[in-house]
Design a binder for this molecule. Structure first.
Ligand SMILES: Nc1ncnc2c1ncn2[C@@H]1O[C@H](COP(=O)(O)OP(=O)(O)OP(=O)(O)O)[C@@H](O)[C@H]1O
Ligand SMILES: [Mg+2]
Length: 286
């Protein structure tokens, strides 16, 4: 068994409101994330998803318990750089993450800060822009780009640091449907190349892309598993005020009328395949 890239052991986290009051937001969370995994995190507003995500690279440190990134305890400040280098974060607002006036300068920003030599920098910028499909925009000013393109530039800036894991906190929520598809495509490609991906999302069709879904409720993991299993637990999801993917809803409805129709579908393309399968059977029978 491979070593986990991220291990959380009994993590609880309190925000301090003032000198007397604290509010507990994470409660005894334990989880392992393995290299190359694609994990989606879903949960109702305020359930603690962002707080959890900020523990994955040491932006926040546990009040109780421990988080290890590649074996480094995030509580130990000596490992701060090792940890940040391995786990990159992408946030919600593309505009807040862009700092330069030319796309390639923006991607270079983090590299300049850690003193990467110019030749190596060139190579990394090229690879990062290529990975997000933005090579031809390298000399453009970022403020002329669409939301999805800006977010791809933000992702390139993180990729240039050559992390092993990308954590995205609602990175598509400010984007239109087209921009969301652009980002999903990038994530799929990075995942195929072996990148570990952790994506917080409130779009269930995005969570359906993951290998594993973590459902957070009031700072705890309420359930976890492959999306196909998670999205069949519809009663629990409804109780947590969470949606299910459109494909799953449709498949469920059709299954009620056509019992032979598989109910546990999560992707639109599976609906098409299932319709074709059933139609083929009917054709053969008739
Ligand atoms: N800096 C802070 N100080 C005090 N309380 C906070 C702070 N940040 C978040 N909280 C509280 O912690 C809880 C969890 O917040 P968090 O942002 O982690 O949830 P979330 O699941 O990401 O929510 P959303 O879906 O709205 O993004 C909420 O009740 C929130 O009000
Ligand atoms: Mg959040």
């Amino acid at each position: 068994m491979k070593e986990p890239l991220i291990r959380m052991e009994g993590v609880s986290f309190d925000y301090r409101l003032n000198s007397e009051e604290v509010v507990r937001v994470l409660r005894d969370v334990s989880l392992d994330i393995y290299p190359g995994e694609y994990v989606a995190i879903i949960g109702h507003n305020g359930s603690g998803k962002s707080t959890l995500a900020k523990h994955f690279n040491g932006i926040l440190k546990p009040t109780e318990g421990n988080v290890y990134v590649a074996g480094f305890n995030t509580k130990d400040d000596r490992y701060r750089r090792e940890i940040r280098r391995r786990v990159g974060m992408v946030f919600q607002h593309p505009d807040n993450q862009i700092v330069a006036t030319i796309v390639e300068d923006d991607v270079a920003f983090g590299l300049e800060n850690i003193g990467v030599p110019p030749r190596e920098m060139r190579k990394r910028i090229d690879a990062a822009l290529e990975a997000v499909g933005m090579s031809s925009y390298r000399n453009r000013p970022p403020h002329h780009l669409s939301g999805g393109q800006k977010q791809r530039v933000a992702i390139a800036g993180v990729l240039a640091m050559e992390p092993r894991c990308l954590v995205l906190d609602e990175a598509t929520s400010m984007l239109d449907a087209h921009g969301r598809r652009e980002i999903l495509q990038v994530l799929r490609r990075l995942h195929q190349r072996g990148m570990t991906i952790i994506a917080v999302s409130h779009h269930m069709s995005e969570a359906a892309e993951a290998d594993r879904v973590l459902v957070i409720e009031a700072g705890r993991i309420a359930m976890e598993g492959p999306p196909r299993e998670i999205f069949q637990r519809q009663e629990l999801l409804r109780r947590l005020q969470l949606d299910i993917p459109v494909a799953t809803r449709l498949a469920g409805r059709i299954h009620e009328r056509v019992p032979d129709f598989q109910p546990d579908l999560i992707h639109p393309r599976e609906i098409v395949d299932e319709v074709v399968r059933i139609a083929g059977k009917k054709g053969a029978a008739g």
